[in-house]
Write a protein that binds this ligand. Structure first.
Ligand code: HEM
Length: 489
């Protein structure tokens, strides 16, 4: 027993020594780039100290403000870009130089998301973009979002004055709208708060399981017959059955719709225009990735909008006044013309995305050709590289840390505002997400006052978890109180 204990201790010490050496001894080519202290970083992540702390450590590491830091993550060195100048180099390169890092086909992440647009590279990506983007843009329709918001309003009336978990609530409305947009399908996400909609339940179980840290540390562990792996396989099978049934049903419905103008959703458009080129598996992958890229991000963005409106009552009042001025009737759904005039509300949305960019860190790219940054830094072939959007947005030389929507009134476009990324891999859902946020925020403001519960007034900043790629609120509740007098002009 004692011998066993000592063997474990010795192995742990050797591994600890090996990783500590590697974590502090970077490859020669990366020596000029400042290092994020890995133990401090790991401590913040492990004890869930929150995103503000993570970003503070990253920003403090770059003492000379060169716009790059390196970090020893998942047993290899990676470089994070933290300023606009270096981001421009990143955006100017295509998939031949900076492709998305690929996982083996049977890796749980690849098995679930498949070969959808966010995971494709090169010619495959261009072909998929050509098919998906026009099909997607055809259905950008505020009416459908407004109808879903009316369902949300009915739900909120039932929970008047009750502190509600804002992220859970916003995920429900984004899933509901995506269900309609993608397949004209009622996800039943806004029927009641007591029951979790099937789609969200299974999607979240799967995404929790595929983020198992074991898969990062022991790269082959997903192949072992572990309980978690078996459960994951069974859930992905169940999820696939759900999506395939929707696709088959939609195919039957489409056959009945006479003209292509009758189509009301992305799936119908893809089926009609793509024909045999796309297999049913391709359709499944495309829809799964659109759901995954589209619902959590916009749900988080809306959560931060409502957090900021609750935190700054003067801004909330001004936004409501604009909504009344533009719509004039509390039960109207904003149309495209109204949306153009809701400039202050759009500015609030943009400023919320600046302070809290939902996609905080882009997925890693693999450098396939040495890349020059600044005068004297060349990142060698084989390095993992990514962009930290939070740092670019918070660069103190350009912008302060205060919430000032007006900066987007005087000037709508800013080159260092990149929550949807930029370049050839810019988000295809940007216009949809902004429109969705404007419609939902405006319609809610006309019906409810939003506030923070008394016990959360202490929040100085939006409370966030220590997640890596996407931001998540940490136990954030918002109260929606029905406005006493129906807002009507
Ligand atoms: C506030 C909401 C959103 C944010 C902040 C956001 C952010 C981003 C970012 C930063 C990227 C680039 C990722 C990369 O370079 O790897 C991206 C890509 C993408 N987004 Fe969004 N997104 C949002 C909403 C949406 C919505 C609503 C959809 C669809 C319904 C969507 C679909 C996609 C897709 C398919 C890609 C992959 C594009 C490609 O690789 O060519 N996103 N998004």
């Amino acid at each position: 027993m004692i011998a066993f204990f000592y063997s474990i201790l010795i192995v742990t010490l050797i591994l600890g020594f090996y990783f500590t050496r590697r974590a502090y001894r970077s490859p020669k080519e990366l020596e000029l780039i400042p290092t994020v202290p890995i133990f401090k970083f790991a401590w913040i992540v492990l004890f869930n100290k929150g995103q503000h702390e993570i970003q503070r450590v990253i920003s403090d590491s770059d003492t000379k403000k060169i716009g790059l830091v390196k970090i020893f993550l998942f047993s290899r060195w990676s470089v994070l870009i933290t300023n606009l100048e270096c981001a421009k180099v990143f955006f100017s390169e295509n998939d031949d130089v900076l492709p998305k890092a690929q996982l083996p086909d049977n890796h749980p992440i690849k098995r679930f998301f498949g070969k959808g647009l966010p995971y494709a590279n090169g010619k495959d990506r261009i072909r998929q973009q050509k098919m998906t983007i026009p099909a997607f843009n055809r259905y950008l329709n505020p009416e459908m979002i407004g109808e879903c918001t009316n369902e949300l309003i009915t739900l909120l009336n039932k929970w008047n004055e009750f502190p509600l978990d804002i992220f859970t609530l916003m995920k429900r409305i984004t899933v509901q709208t995506l269900g309609k947009l993608a397949f004209s399908y009622d996800m039943k996400a806004l029927d009641s708060l007591e029951e979790e909609p099937y789609f969200l339940k299974i999607f979240e179980k799967i995404t929790d399981l595929i983020q198992n840290p074991l898969y990062m540390i022991l790269k082959f562990s997903y192949k072992l017959p572990l309980k978690a792996n078996l459960e994951l396989s069974q859930l992905i099978g169940e999820f696939d059955q759900f999506i395939y049934e929707i696709i088959e049903q939609r195919k039957l419905d489409i056959a009945k719709e006479k003209k292509s103008e009758d189509h009301t959703d992305l799936l119908a458009n893809l089926i009609e225009n793509i024909g045999d080129e796309y297999t049913i598996k391709n359709l499944r992958d495309e829809l799964t990735t659109i759901f995954s890229a589209g619902h959590n991000t916009t749900a988080f963005a809306l959560s931060s909008v409502f957090y900021n409106l609750a935190k700054y009552p003067v801004i909330q009042k001004k936004a409501r006044e604009e909504a009344i001025q533009v719509l004039g009737d509390s039960s109207k759904i904003p149309n495209s013309e109204n949306i153009k005039n809701l400039k202050y509300i759009k500015a609030i949305i943009k400023e919320s995305l600046r302070l809290y960019p939902a996609a905080v860190m882009l997925p890693f790219r693999k450098v396939l050709k040495p890349l020059r940054f600044n005068q004297d830094i060349i990142i060698p072939k084989g390095t993992s590289l990514t962009l930290n959007i939070w740092q670019v947005h918070k660069n103190s030389n350009l912008w302060s840390d205060e919430f000032v929507p007006e900066r987007f009134i005087n000037q709508d476009e800013h080159e260092n505002w990149i929550p949807f990324s930029s370049g050839h891999r810019i988000c295809i859902g940007q216009n949809f997400s902004i429109m969705e946020q404007i419609v939902i925020t405006t319609m809610i403001l006309l019906k409810f006052k939003v506030s923070l519960p008394p016990d959360s007034q202490k929040f100085d900043k939006m409370p966030l978890t220590s997640s890596f790629y996407t931001l998540f609120p940490k136990d954030l509740r918002i109260i929606f109180s029905e406005l006493k007098m129906s807002v009507k002009i």
